[in-house]
Design a protein around this ligand. Structure first.
Ligand SMILES: [Zn+2]
Length: 426
């Protein structure tokens, strides 16, 4: 069992002055989003009467590895507190997507009932469900109480933060894993080195590690500054991921892009060096270079586009309010906290955020700006003039669903560029 990893792969709580991935000092400020609370720190009625803690939220870019990151790290235990209110199983798009992932992975790696697959950051076990249905041995690892929901629904889940110790415990009880997968967590953890070495130790020699996260190129191309929040310590380019795994006995052997979260990157990583590398890796590196992920200018233009979208949004909101129009928000994804807090939208401009009746965020308040999260039945009772789509990366299916249920409002899509969609055009 190996225990060592580079020191900079334990990201200390507080200000970060060198690259979390390659330790370079060449970090450039791209966008200062102000001081904000961690975006999932939804508030209760009681908490509205208490002080609220905020932390700097700045997007910086590393000139050496091209990774984007934030320069302040909030302690993981403060973010992933036991009652963390995010459940993957409630988003229909996500459930369908995850079913698709499990099917394609089983086929690609010819997995069978002798194989153990471990999902790190398994949430309510939605992803593992697909593997379990196909007869594969599954184990989830999840630090929050959502692990209990997963266990209740029959997905065996270990409630812990993943690292070298957790990996050892899992190995002792279940043996080594053929496949370790992590979706939308690899950008989050402070204990990057612990995580990678834990995965290394737990994986069979011919096993495969798969990570899927937001992809920097899509974030920049799509003006998605709202994916920058305290939970996302890092936004990876492929170059940054290669730089990361070069510091370990691991090789990225294949890469894929997908549409999840408004653009994601999935890497396939094998133990050892000198492995055969699929042409997809060189192809995507070339695309990143052509796109300009290695140039500061690209990121300056991105920041200008974000500022422009904000001005247009605020201008429209102010003018419409003056005319007496009613505008409300739909959905409360983590990313909307960054957007609304940076824009400076409060309850006078946007009185509530409507969520699905099953959402764990219902009856709570957005950090910072304190919009209440209400049952989305309210939209149909109120029929406001405009509904802002805060889960704008799923804009089309959401507009179609809401219209089908009888909503007559027009829609505002805030990003990548401010856009109004008339109800009649949906
Ligand atoms: Zn770097």
């Amino acid at each position: 069992m190996k225990l060592t990893y580079p020191k900079h792969h334990f990201v200390k709580t507080g200000h970060i002055s060198s690259c979390q991935i390659c330790n370079s000092k060449k970090l450039h400020l791209i966008l200062d989003l102000g001081h904000q609370s961690p975006c999932v720190a939804m508030l209760t009625d009681e908490q509205l009467d208490k002080p609220e803690i905020t932390y700097p939220l700045r997007m910086v870019w590393c000139e050496d590895c091209t990774g984007v990151q934030i320069d302040y790290c909030v302690a993981g235990k403060e973010i992933y507190y036991p009652d963390y209110p995010y459940r993957s199983g409630i988003t229909k798009e996500l459930v369908d997507y995850q079913k698709q992932i499990s099917k394609s992975i089983i086929k690609k790696f010819k997995l069978n009932s002798n194989d153990l697959i471990v999902d790190v950051g398994s949430n309510d076990g939605t992803l593992l469900q697909g593997f379990k249905e196909e007869g594969i041995k599954t184990l989830g690892v999840e630090p929050t109480n959502i692990a209990k929901i997963a266990n209740k629904s029959g997905i065996n889940t270990f409630q812990a933060f993943f690292g070298i110790k957790t990996a050892k415990k899992i190995q002792e009880k279940y043996g080594k894993a053929s496949l370790i997968i992590t979706t939308n967590t690899f950008a989050h953890m402070q204990t990057l080195g612990e995580f990678i070495m834990g995965a290394y130790n737990l994986l069979k020699d011919d096993g495969i590690f798969i990570s899927e996260t937001h992809y920097l190129l899509d974030v920049i191309a799509g003006g998605q500054f709202d994916t920058i929040y305290h939970e996302h310590l890092r936004t990876y380019s492929l170059k940054a991921l290669i730089t990361l795994f070069n510091q370990y006995d691991f090789t990225i052997v294949e890469v894929e892009r997908g549409s999840r979260y408004g653009g994601n990157i999935r890497i396939y990583v094998k133990k050892g060096k000198g492995k055969k590398i699929n042409p997809s890796v060189a192809k995507l590196l070339k695309l990143e270079k052509e796109f300009g992920l290695g140039k500061l200018e690209t990121f300056k233009l991105f920041a200008d586009r974000v500022r422009n979208a904000r001005l247009k949004f605020m201008d429209f909101l102010m003018k419409s309010r003056k005319k007496g129009k009613k505008i409300v928000g739909n959905s409360c994804p983590g990313r909307c906290s960054t957007l609304l807090n940076y824009y400076g939208v409060d309850t006078e401009l946007l009185p509530y955020l409507a969520e699905q009746p099953t959402s764990l965020k219902l009856n709570m308040y957005l950090p910072g700006k304190h919009m209440p999260v209400v049952n989305n039945q309210r939209l149909f009772d109120d029929q406001p003039d405009y509904v802002v789509l805060l889960a704008w990366h799923y804009a089309l299916p959401i507009m179609q669903q809401l219209k089908k249920r009888g909503l007559k409002s027009n829609f505002i899509i805030p990003l990548p560029d401010f856009k109004i969609v008339k109800n009649s055009k949906v």
